[in-house]
Design a protein around this ligand. Structure first.
Ligand SMILES: CC(C)(COP(=O)(O)OP(=O)(O)OC[C@H]1O[C@@H](n2cnc3c(N)ncnc32)[C@H](O)[C@@H]1OP(=O)(O)O)[C@@H](O)C(=O)NCCC(=O)NCCS
Length: 322
């Protein structure tokens, strides 16, 4: 894949991101976010967090590199949650910005969503940036609700016993648990499936998945990343995705799920529990506030098509598509 003629500009080639590219892609991701957000030392920005490597390992066929003159200058990693797809981190080396590199990466990203039969696609971005919102609008995404990335201290382990954890489920029983989690998420959005995320957390030792109630028919589950080298970062536990069975009693189930996440964080000696939620999920956001969470950063989720998907009132779901 090469771009068309751009007067005076070198050709941008887009191909699969390969294992030997990972150090360069990781370096560019830190530099790009560090430069955009004005970090004092962009090269060390988010140095304790793992996004590129872990997402590549979860599905190398979903990772793309942009190359100019043989040099990796940007990358994008797509994520497949069944019928739902999102992408990121999308990053371009700062000295290559505004030359169409990200746009070239987005074309085949949308091709992946088509090949996966994704019916609801999205991304998390910076609402204050006309460039970001304009870039994604060019590809059919539309900004919807703010998403709050929230945090609370993990002062001590909650008194109640922790729920079951995926790591404690016998290997022979794991497929049934994954099926049961899929049945639960299908109630939130047709075809939503977090199996890859549960397995990535387990296979790469990124964290663990909390299972609430009967693992054969859970009332809720939460995929948690723990500490340095995961998406959480040092000293933190990050709920990458959490949800409870919708319907009567879901608010109480959500409270219990949060307690189970706190318990996991405490058992790992982590000082903070982080969780993101769309403000479209009014009740879930209020429940997080009531549970002591405060917003640390805000982004906006952009959707394609311009529809709520599972970002809607009444659903107790945690995720932020970062
Ligand atoms: C965001 C980022 C990936 C963009 O990469 P890039 O290669 O510079 O982007 P491109 O040159 O392909 O596209 C820029 C597009 O922004 C849009 N844009 C820029 N300024 C705009 C404005 N004021 N209003 C509307 N649209 C605007 C345009 O659509 C433009 O495309 P066009 O020139 O074809 O019209 C890059 O700046 C980056 O790595 N930033 C730091 C990390 C980051 O923020 N990543 C994304 C997280 S969601």
């Amino acid at each position: 894949m090469t771009d068309g003629p751009r007067t005076g500009r070198p050709a941008i080639h887009v191909r699969a991101l390969r294992e030997p590219d990972l150090p360069a892609a990781t370096r560019i991701m830190r530099q790009a976010f560090g430069a955009f957000l004005g970090a004092a030392d962009p090269a060390r920005f988010m140095a304790d967090r793992n996004y590129v490597q872990s997402r590549w390992r979860a599905d190398p066929s979903a990772a793309l590199a942009a190359v100019i003159d043989g040099e990796v200058v940007g990358s994008n990693l797509a994520t497949r949650w069944g019928s739902v797809g999102y992408f990121g981190p999308l990053t371009v080396a700062p000295d290559r910005w505004d030359r169409g590199v990200a746009s070239r990466l987005l074309e085949p990203t949308l091709g992946l969503f088509t090949a996966w039969n994704v019916t609801h696609a999205g991304l998390f971005t910076f609402p204050h940036s006309p460039k970001h919102v304009g870039l994604y609008q060019k590809f059919g995404f539309w900004p919807r609700y703010l998403t709050a990335v929230m945090s609370r201290p993990v002062s001590e382990a909650p008194a109640r016993a922790a729920g079951r954890r995926y790591s404690g489920v016998a290997p022979a029983d794991r497929p049934a648990v994954l099926d049961a989690c899929r049945d639960l998420t299908a109630l939130l959005h047709d075809g939503l499936d977090l199996e890859r995320e549960v397995q990535a957390a387990a296979a790469q030792s990124l964290g663990d998945t909390v299972l609430q109630g009967d693992p054969g028919r859970p009332d809720g589950f939460a995929i948690c990343h723990c500490g340095a080298g995961s998406e959480a970062g040092a000293g933190r536990c990050y709920v990458k995705f959490g949800a409870v069975r919708p319907g009567p009693g879901s608010a109480a189930r959500f409270e219990r799920l949060l307690a189970d996440c706190l318990s996991l964080a405490a058992s790992r000696g982590l000082a903070h529990l982080d969780a993101g939620v769309s403000l479209a999920r009014v009740e879930a956001y209020r429940a997080l506030r009531a549970a002591g969470f405060r917003t640390v950063i805000q982004g906006v989720c952009m959707h394609r098509p311009h529809e709520p998907g599972y970002h809607r009132a009444g659903l107790f779901v945690i995720d932020d598509w970062r």
